[in-house]
Design a protein around this ligand. Structure first.
Ligand code: PLP
Length: 479
């Protein structure tokens, strides 16, 4: 690596990206070219024999790659949940990939491992998490790449904690619980750790509970299973479900989990970010009953992908399930066992890992808690405006009351096909991108506000667009 060439290339890439961000609202938000195999046809069959200048590569990115991208950083991207990028997130990411150290062991990069312990405590305090989940309160946290990994790790910890008591044969009797709104990643995680598919309980939710997981129904299911000789293992509560932004009652679920010695995990992947504002902390009430909590700063906390915070109340459960101890990795942390010298390899699946802590640290320092609160409130205000606009238009209905920055709505009095047509028309326009969900058999359009560049005006423009397209599809429908 030649530092001079590195500086030149890096500047070129930064200039390229700055231009991209200046123009990002001019691209069709969803990939304009959806023809499968388009890119393969444009590119050579094999990698080049000799290196090529960066400017040629960037030119190909501009010509061949950008038209095939969906522009997640467009201010009119309202699909799925946001995947935030920010100047500080990018600066932090540059430091992370530029330094490229690997804090799998404390000794492998002591300051990187220690920064992670500091940053997860900072984050936990910012979100008002109970101290028992923080290093400073006897728990602790780790930065992983995704909620999926966090869920697999905690399921593994819960499984091994229980099997240590009951013997390995009991694995076929372990049961896990979630709602019909829980992210599919939980089902995948349960499969990965060997929970029999027949022992995955999906508890129905309804409009009556705001699509939150009813604790009474969980209790009944658990009692039925226990009476049948099964072993209730793990309950997943979600704060901010993917489809509707619903919230499970963490405290009530925590009480059920405690009573039956189940592991309670709180998945706050998207909405956890909102807890930086005191007015949203109530949704995490009861988190002191949780064995683990996770959230993704890469969704709505101005932190570039990837970054998932996982906090656990009893790190020992996690490390007992995930630690390895080969001679070639023995170091100070291994021999002293001090919590100040964490071997993060024992808190995750892989050995190698990224220096994510520096990225999140830069974000927290550059924006501060006040800046992050303003970011969340700006989007919530815009989503509230949108919700009111939808409710005031007789042709539409808001399907569930908005809690954070996600609004779920549909054209009322017409069938799903018309709603599908409306969503397609909006997305094909290239001026906004939204996705859908189905609840109680009804097709619902989701508008998730959260892009770092998204302002009130973009949400207003999206509403204008929706109204115009609604005129067109309804006219066709009633013709
Ligand atoms: N849980 C919830 C509530 C989510 O909304 C999502 C993704 O949107 C996930 C889990 C999956 O997150 P990840 O992609 O980090 O595994």
């Amino acid at each position: 690596l030649d530092p001079e060439a590195f500086a030149g290339d890096s500047h070129d890439v930064v200039d390229f990206l700055a231009e991209y961000y200046r123009d990002v609202d001019k691209y069709p938000v969803r990939a304009a070219d959806l023809e499968p195999g388009r890119l393969r046809k444009l590119l050579p069959e094999v990698a080049p024999e000799h290196g090529e200048p960066l400017e040629e590569v960037l030119e190909d990115v501009r010509r061949d790659i950008l038209p095939g991208l969906t522009h997640w950083q467009s201010p009119s991207f309202f699909a799925y949940f946001p995947m935030n990028a920010s100047a500080a997130g990018f600066a932090g990411e540059m430091l992370s990939v530029g330094l490229n150290v690997v804090p799998f062991l404390w000794a492998a990069s002591p300051a990187a491992a220690e920064l992670e312990t500091v940053v997860v405590d900072w984050m936990g305090k910012l979100l008002g998490l109970p101290s028992r989940l923080l290093f400073s309160g006897g728990g602790g946290g780790v930065l992983q790449g995704s909620t999926c990994e966090a869920v697999v790790c905690t399921l593994t910890a819960a499984r091994d904690r229980t099997l240590a008591r009951l013997g390995h044969e009991a694995i076929l009797r372990l049961v896990v619980y979630a709602s019909d709104q829980t992210h599919a990643t939980f089902q995948k995680g349960a499969r990965i750790v060997g929970i029999p598919p027949s022992n995955f309980r999906v508890i129905p939710t309804s409009a009556a509970s705001g699509y939150g997981l009813p604790a009474g129904a969980v209790r009944e299911a658990v009692e039925r299973d226990a009476a049948a000789g099964l072993v209730p293992l793990y309950l997943c509560a979600t704060v901010g479900t993917t489809g509707l932004g619903a919230v499970d009652p963490v405290r009530e679920l925590g009480e059920v989990a405690r009573r039956y010695s189940m592991w309670l995990h709180v998945d706050a992947a998207y909405a956890g970010s909102a807890a930086v504002c005191p007015e949203f902390r109530g949704y995490l009430d009861g988190a002191e009953l949780a064995d683990s909590v996770s959230m993704n700063p890469h969704k709505w906390f101005l932190t570039n992908n990837d970054c998932c915070c996982l906090w656990v109340a009893t790190p020992r459960d996690l490390t007992a399930a995930l630690s390895t101890d080969p001679e070639y990795l023995r170091n100070v942390g291994t021999t002293t066992g001090t919590p100040a010298a964490i071997d993060y390899k024992d808190w995750q699946i892989s050995l190698s890992r990224r220096f994510r802590a520096i990225k999140l640290w830069v974000v927290l320092r550059r924006y501060g808690a006040a800046g992050l609160r303003a970011h969340i409130r700006r989007h919530v205000t815009a989503a509230k405006w949108f919700e009111r606009a939808v409710a005031a238009d007789q042709r539409f209905e808001v399907v569930v009351p908005r809690r954070f920055s996600l609004v779920c709505f549909r054209l009322r009095a017409v069938n799903d096909d018309v709603n599908r047509e409306l969503l397609s028309a909006v997305n094909e326009s290239g001026r906004a991108f939204m996705t859908h969900f189905v609840v109680d058999g009804k097709f619902v359009i989701r508008l998730a506000v959260g892009g770092a560049m998204t302002e009130m005006q973009h949400v207003m423009d999206a509403w204008d667009l929706l109204q115009g397209k609604a005129d067109e599809v309804l006219q066709r429908y009633y013709q």
